[in-house]
Design a protein around this ligand. Structure first.
Ligand code: ZN
Length: 509
């Protein structure tokens, strides 16, 4: 191995690839520890696990700020290998440069202070939520917002500070653009929610409050996950309190769920959601594992895969034409004599509610909108933290027509802000928007998907996603990929069309 990066671009590129794969191995060690912490570890060892993870993240941060990485990138950027930004080499150089710049621009003291405030913030938030006491969390949140503003200034931005934070979760996205798309989505969802609220049709939601034994739920969930294409030879399903998916190795993708005997949808649609994330990870090219060409694009694109399988597939009538007889056999006590149309309406009930993670497909994005608008105002200094609970309640009244009775079920319900994750929320809605674009394009290419779902055929849709989304890794940005696949720019049109098409007949408008 040469120490002189100037010698041969090809050799320098190989060194860069080795660096990237080795860094990914360190990250994946943390993924294993993180998965274990959330599924198996005795809670009593929490402090020790936090120390392990802190040690590891320090080590990884030092790799990113290592002078040698800078030299390699500086050199490679001047060579022909960087000419085509979408080639294997061009993609790697571009994306590693991006992450390297973010790492070196943040002063180490700020990184440390943010990490400490995040751990403390989550502890204080948990207690504040239990006590329904926003005031006890306020000083920590004020500090977090101040530090995140400093972080944005350190990283830099063209237009506004939020861009610098958003960029961590949704690379290349711009606040101004997504503000316009999400505001348009909000303005079209609010009347849709009102139309549904005014409808006199209501599903027999009691069907879903009957008894669904947990062991039968687990068998059914595994069967569905395998049927839609989650590869259990390269993955696992386990139980956790807050479900997640972790792709921790080229052939090791772990999904998790939780079971409640009286809420069968929570586990099943949760499993389909995490399977969607998992199938994306399993569809990334294993030969590029640890390199940008073998990694997912963004949280928004990741969420588009989970939402597509959970909602567009799992809550469709066609899907249940195939699976409902099997569900009736699995849950005879709850579903004997139930008509498929009644079941389908029940799993698609739309009802403005207080809690985001329990929200239905139509109101979900309004919950996200509240958070996006508020965190943007916090960061820009337009909204003092002290006024946050009032602003939260006002937006719930305006968008969803309801108001939280207290802060525990209002402004204190999500972990994100306490952990410093500002700029994360919009990726949930971006996922829904991208999913609708993919479904529209897939239907154009594959014909009547409903007919395929009703026959239990999901491989054509999964192959389409593999071909059009998964196999590219980070070769294209989210915007570029959307243009390449559909010829379109991000818009609320496909999602609104699909929601009207589905909920119009159910609620009679
Ligand atoms: Zn998700």
């Amino acid at each position: 191995m040469s120490d002189d990066p100037q010698s041969d671009p090809r050799q320098a590129f190989q060194e860069l690839c080795r660096w990237s794969v080795e860094t990914a191995r360190w990250v994946s060690i943390g993924d294993v520890l993180g998965w274990d912490e959330r599924t198996m570890m005795p809670a009593a060892d929490g402090e020790h696990r936090a120390e392990q993870l802190t040690l590891l993240s320090g080590l990884i941060h030092r790799r990113w700020t290592d002078r040698r990485l800078g030299e390699l990138l500086d050199h490679l950027e001047t060579t022909a290998l960087a000419d085509d930004p979408h080639s294997d080499a061009g993609t790697a150089i571009r994306r590693l440069r991006r992450s390297r710049d973010r790492a070196v621009k943040k002063p180490p003291e700020l990184v440390e202070e943010l990490a400490r405030t995040s751990v403390l913030g989550q502890q204080v938030w948990q207690q504040a939520r239990r006590d329904n006491d926003f005031a006890s969390f306020q000083p920590l949140l004020e500090k977090t917002v101040r530090l995140k503003r400093e972080e944005a200034e350190a990283i830099g931005y063209d237009d506004q500070p939020y861009d610098a934070l958003l960029d961590e979760y949704e690379p290349d996205a711009r606040t101004a653009e997504i503000t316009a798309v999400l505001a348009d989505l909000r303005d079209r969802l609010v009347p849709l929610v009102s139309a549904i609220a005014e409808s006199d049709r209501r599903p027999a939601s009691e069907i879903l409050r009957r008894r669904y034994p947990v062991d039968a739920q687990e068998r059914f969930g595994r069967m569905v996950a395998a049927a839609i294409g989650f590869d259990f030879d390269r993955g696992r399903l386990d139980v956790t309190a807050h479900p997640f998916c972790s792709g921790m190795g080229p052939n090791d993708c772990r999904i998790t769920t939780r079971y409640n005997e009286r809420q069968p949808g929570s586990a099943l649609f949760g499993i389909m959601h995490e399977s969607g994330h998992g199938m994306y990870d399993q569809g990334l090219p294993t030969e590029f594992w640890g390199l940008p060409t073998g990694e997912s694009i963004s949280l928004g694109i990741h969420e588009s895969q989970s939402r597509l399988w959970e909602n567009a597939v799992g809550r469709s009538h066609a899907f249940w034409r195939h699976f409902f007889p099997q569900a009736q056999a699995a849950f005879p006590e709850a579903l004997a004599g139930v008509a498929i149309d009644d079941f389908h309406f029940a799993i698609n009930e739309v009802r403005p509610s207080l809690i985001r993670v329990e929200a239905d497909e139509v109101t979900y994005n309004l919950h996200v909108m509240v958070r996006f608008e508020l965190e943007l105002a916090l960061l820009n200094g337009d909204l003092p933290v002290a006024e946050l609970p009032g602003a939260w309640n006002a937006k719930y009244r305006e968008y969803l027509g309801i108001e939280p009775p207290d802060d525990a079920d209002g402004v204190l319900q999500d972990v994100h802000w306490s952990s410093g994750a500002i700029g994360y929320f919009p990726t949930y809605s971006l996922g829904n928007l991208y999913a609708a674009h993919w479904m529209q394009a897939a239907k154009t290419d594959l014909g009547d998907l409903d007919e395929q779902f009703a026959r239990g055929e999901f491989a054509p849709l999964l192959s389409w996603l593999r071909e059009n989304v998964h196999r590219h890794g980070q070769r294209y940005s989210a915007t570029e990929l959307l243009a390449k696949v559909s010829g379109e720019r991000l818009s609320s049109e496909p999602l609104i069309t699909q929601l009207r098409h589905k909920f119009g007949p159910l609620y009679g408008f």
